[in-house]
Design a protein around this ligand. Structure first.
Ligand SMILES: [Zn+2]
Length: 117
């Protein structure tokens, strides 16, 4: 496991997260299809030292099962969260927001068909 520092563009929102850059997913739902996050799913507790939570605007749609948060200053989506199929709280880390990660070197393992759900 590697610990990464993540932030939005303006730096108002940041956090640390321990994860491996494996099992990454993109999604074609009406939200992700537009905003293009590459996501890693981690237990919510893996997101630590969250700064600037008050700058996050929560956004929900559809079944409102996921909090699609974005920075109210710069508009970047550093993370989302919600309950997984097992009922546990998960965070969806936008790995594009991790410091020191070459986004062109990432391998997307799963394409999630959110559009059909
Ligand atoms: Zn920001």
């Amino acid at each position: 496991m590697t610990t990464y520092h993540a932030s939005c563009h303006c730096g108002a929102v940041s956090y640390d997260v321990e994860l491996e850059l494996e099992g990454l997913a993109t999604c074609n739902c009406s939200m992700c299809g537009r905003s293009g996050a590459i996501m890693a799913f981690v237990p919510r507790g893996k997101v630590e030292n969250l700064q600037g939570e008050e700058k996050l605007t929560d956004y929900q749609f559809g079944k409102a099962s996921i909090h699609h948060a974005f920075c109210s200053v710069c508009g970047v989506r550093p993370l989302a969260w919600g309950k997984g199929p097992d009922g546990a709280e998960h965070a969806m880390v936008n790995v594009r927001c991790l410091e020191g990660v070459d986004v062109h070197g990432l391998t997307v393992a799963h394409t999630y068909d959110g559009r059909s759900r």
